[in-house]
Structures are given as C-alpha cells and as structure tokens.
Design a binder for this molecule. Structure first.
Ligand SMILES: CC(C)(COP(=O)(O)OP(=O)(O)OC[C@H]1O[C@@H](n2cnc3c(N)ncnc32)[C@H](O)[C@@H]1OP(=O)(O)O)[C@@H](O)C(=O)NCCC(=O)NCCS
Length: 147
C-alpha cells in the first residue's frame, strides 16, 4: 500500500529479515519473537523513501482473532498518516484472510492511543487488570469487519 498525495512516499510492507536489526532497536521483543513474527507475516513496517519509520505487530488471540499488540511510529513522523497507513494495510490483509473481528488494547491512562484506536473504528469492549505487572488497567477494543 502506497499513500497518494503529500505523503505518497510512505509505503507499508510485511517485514523481512532485512528489517530485523531496526525492529530489534525500536520494538521491545526478543530476537526469537521478532524472527517468528517476520516468518509469519505478523510484522508490518512503514517506510518513507525506503527508510523504516514505523511498525505494527500483531498476534492471534484464541489462536484466531487478530490482536494488534503494538503499533509505533517514530515521534518525528507522527500525525502524518503513517499509523493509518500501517493500520489500513493490516486491516486489508486481515479481511483477505476472512477475519471478522480485530482486537487491540492500551493502558487506560493513555488517552492519545485510545483516541486514535477509536478514530480507526474500534470501540471499547472492557478492561482487565494485571496485578503487579502493570499499575494501570488495560482497556480492550474491538472492531468488526463488515462483510
Ligand atoms: C498512536 C500512533 C501509532 C498513531 O500514528 P500516527 O502516524 O501518529 O497517526 P496518523 O497520522 O496515521 O493519524 C491519522 C489521523 O488520526 C489523527 N490522530 C493522530 N493521533 C491522534 C490522537 N492521539 N488522537 C486523535 N486523533 C489522532 C491524525 O491527526 C490523523 O487525522 P487526519 O487524517 O484527520 O489528519 C502514534 O502516535 C504512536 O506511535 N504513538 C506512540 C506509541 C503508541 O502509543 N502506540 C499505541 C499503543 S500500542
């Protein structure tokens, strides 16, 4: 997917081995997990003029529902449509795989990403607490994919 107009040099693609070093630098997963996500097309990277500037990583809740674990755009490139390009690419791929529902979550005290998820069509579906692991509760969001 390539954006047209002002942001036309932004392109989203499935990550490949050549993105591994950058992903390990920017994400917070082990090398083994990053390699696994690349292998199964669970990483999407956004490029501007060939340079990586953001990524989306997902997994499958219940081994069946696509769950966006992380989306991150480098601060310098935020609010320029990069996150939306990543999300649109992922959503399109999930539709092609015949998934009917998308999931994501963020900490309940983080209004910015929550507003962004809602802007992309998600609705709040509940909250979970994780004891000592995380002080703030985690707010979950779902988005039904229309037929
Ligand atoms: C959340 C994040 C991925 C969004 O990516 P982004 O590239 O900045 O977002 P986009 O530019 O694609 O946003 C698209 C639209 O949403 C708007 N938008 C961006 N951030 C927003 C926010 N916090 N609240 C509401 N709207 C927002 C943009 O203005 C834009 O609107 P427009 O098309 O009318 O101009 C990015 O800000 C980020 O990496 N944040 C830090 C990490 C994080 O919090 N990740 C999410 C938790 S897992």
């Amino acid at each position: 997917m390539v954006l047209k107009g002002a942001a036309k040099m932004i392109e989203a693609k499935h990550a490949t081995e050549s993105d591994l070093d950058w992903l390990l630098q920017e994400d917070e997963v082990t090398q083994a997990w990053a390699e696994r996500c690349i292998k199964y097309n669970e990483y999407i990277v956004a490029f501007k003029n060939g340079t990586p500037i953001g990524f989306l990583r997902y997994s499958l809740f219940w081994s069946s529902i696509p769950y966006m674990d992380m989306i991150r755009v480098l601060p310098k490139y935020q609010k320029q449509g990069v996150g939306s390009t990543l999300f649109d690419f992922w959503q399109q791929k999930m539709r092609q795989k015949n998934h009917k529902l998308l999931m994501t979550s963020s900490e309940s005290d983080e209004p910015d990403p929550q507003a962004w998820h809602i802007r992309n069509g998600f609705t709040k579906s509940g909250e979970l607490t994780f004891g000592q692991l995380q002080i703030a509760s985690e707010t979950f969001f779902v988005k039904e994919l229309a037929e």
